[in-house]
Design a protein around this ligand. Structure first.
Ligand code: B12
Ligand code: SF4
Ligand code: SF4
Length: 382
């Protein structure tokens, strides 16, 4: 058995569905793509992606001196929890599939560490390796594409033949020389379904995402207010977004992911009830979401997102809960502003009355951003 095949066996035993090898050479194409996205403002709002990061993320020798090979691995996390029937007064939002189970950073890192220790056994000598699962700078998609794990889709997702786009990536960089695989000779062809399906037009050209318009960016990474013009398009996404993956023909025969830790264990993991989210304090949020990817948006981010979804669902029974959030001076000001926005969308006398009182309250008058939110909510409600 070749070293390459042995690595593949190790990866499968650790839970990965695919593993391919790429040489640890500089990722020039990815560096050019990242620099052009930075220059065009497409990565605005993620200041940690800067020139220094681009340089490191695309230069394996900086990441691991003496590096010879990448082991690029993918794992399917697709699972299905059907949308529950709508129950008035008990609205639910929607979480992107990758965040239904335990935090993939932890799950994949542990699995990739197993593969990395196995590599040393295969080498028969001490080797140096470094594991990447999203948290350290590495252009992970570029490595997976170079290694032939999948091809770069127009949605910017790596699409894995036979598995589709609902895959997460983990990478090992090692000083062990392994015979490389080849990139796939595949492409999306004439298909543009993801571009057409994106509710905000964030895929501005094939393979080019403008994060400033992306629901995933706003519900996960954005720490401030979500631009008002994007809020209606967010629909019921309370964390992440899968709209550009749902119609992808490569996902037409999805198979349930093998790693049980990545699956939902309750309806609430996939379709969380929104009013309990509004009522959470820090301890309740940590108790519910510690160890999951959702924790990245923090309590205030999730509550802000829940307000947006409530505004889109327009259930009058949710007005009292939104009034509590909007009128509490102790609540985060961004969350209050989004609760006001939701009240404006739902409208009706109780929402209008609250917005009028709010507009005249000291805590709102003292905060120009919040005052502007309340003023436009009032306009929408009238
Ligand atoms: C920043 C980031 C985001 C940002 C920006 C995403 C983006 N498209 O640039 C935001 C917050 C929006 C985001 C969203 C999501 N993310 Co994200 N994200 C990252 C992160 C940390 C860096 C990506 C990056 O550098 N982007 C800048 C661009 C230029 O780089 P790139 O995406 O690698 O670009 C490649 C392609 O665009 C392609 N390309 C460039 N030009 C062209 C031109 C054509 C024609 C084509 C076909 C391709 C192509 O080549 C580039 C270089 O290889 C990576 C982890 C990592 N360290 O790499 C995860 C990662 C990309 N995210 C991931 C996931 C799962 C998601 C979401 C699905 C989560 C969700 N459901 O909400 C969405 C998907 C949205 C989307 N359509 O991309 C996975 C993707 C797995 C996969 N199958 O591709 C990654 C790899 C994490 C992981 N370890 O698994 N993410
Ligand atoms: S994640 Fe959602 S908003 Fe972002 S590009 Fe895909 S469909 Fe558009
Ligand atoms: S929907 Fe079509 S164009 Fe978009 S990633 Fe899938 S195959 Fe490619």
């Amino acid at each position: 058995m070749s070293l390459r095949e042995a690595v593949n066996d190790l990866a499968r035993a650790a839970g990965f569905d695919r593993a391919r090898i790429a040489p640890a050479t500089p990722l020039a194409g990815a560096a050019a793509a990242m620099r052009s996205r930075l220059a065009d403002g497409h990565l605005d709002g993620m200041p940690w992606i800067d020139e220094a990061r681009v340089a490191r993320a695309t230069d394996p020798a900086t990441l691991l001196p003496g590096a010879r090979s990448f082991v690029a691995m993918a794992v399917s996390y697709w699972d299905d929890v059907p949308r529950p029937p709508a129950v008035p007064g008990h609205p639910r939002g929607r979480v992107a599939r990758y965040a239904w189970g335990r935090d993939y950073h932890d799950v994949l890192r542990a699995a990739a560490m197993d593969v990395a220790s196995g590599l040393a056994g295969l080498a028969g000598r001490a080797i140096r390796s470094r594991v990447f699962v999203d948290s350290s700078p590495l252009a992970e998609r570029a490595v997976a594409i170079n290694a032939g794990v999948g091809w770069g889709g127009k949605s910017t997702m790596v699409l894995v033949p036979g598995m589709g786009s609902y895959v997460l990536l983990a990478t090992i960089l090692t000083d062990l020389e392994i015979e490389p695989d080849r990139p796939l000779a595949k492409s999306c062809g004439a298909c543009v379904r993801c571009i057409d399906a994106c509710p905000t037009g964030a895929i501005v050209a094939p393979g080019v995402l403008d994060s400033r318009a992306c629901i995933s960016f706003h519900t996960i990474e954005n720490r401030g207010a979500i631009p008002p013009h994007l809020r209606p398009a967010i629909g019921d996404w309370v964390f992440g977004c899968d709209d550009c993956q749902e119609p992808c023909p490569v996902n037409r025969r999805p198979a349930r992911g093998r790693l049980a830790a990545l699956r939902a264990t309750s309806l609430d993991d996939a379709w969380p009830a929104l009013l309990p989210i509004l009522a959470m304090d820090d301890a309740a949020f940590a108790g519910r979401y510690r160890g999951t990817a959702v924790s990245r948006t923090k309590r205030r981010g999730l509550q802000r997102n829940a307000c947006v979804v409530l505004g889109n669902l327009r259930d009058p029974a949710t007005v009292p809960a939104l009034v509590t959030v909007a009128t509490s001076p102790a609540t985060d000001r961004v969350v209050r502003g989004h609760a006001a926005w939701a009240l404006g969308r739902i409208g009706g006398a109780p929402a209008r009355d609250t917005l009028r009182l709010l507009a005249a309250s000291d805590s709102v008058i003292a905060d120009p951003d919040l005052a502007a939110e309340v003023a436009s909510a009032l306009e929408a409600a009238d």
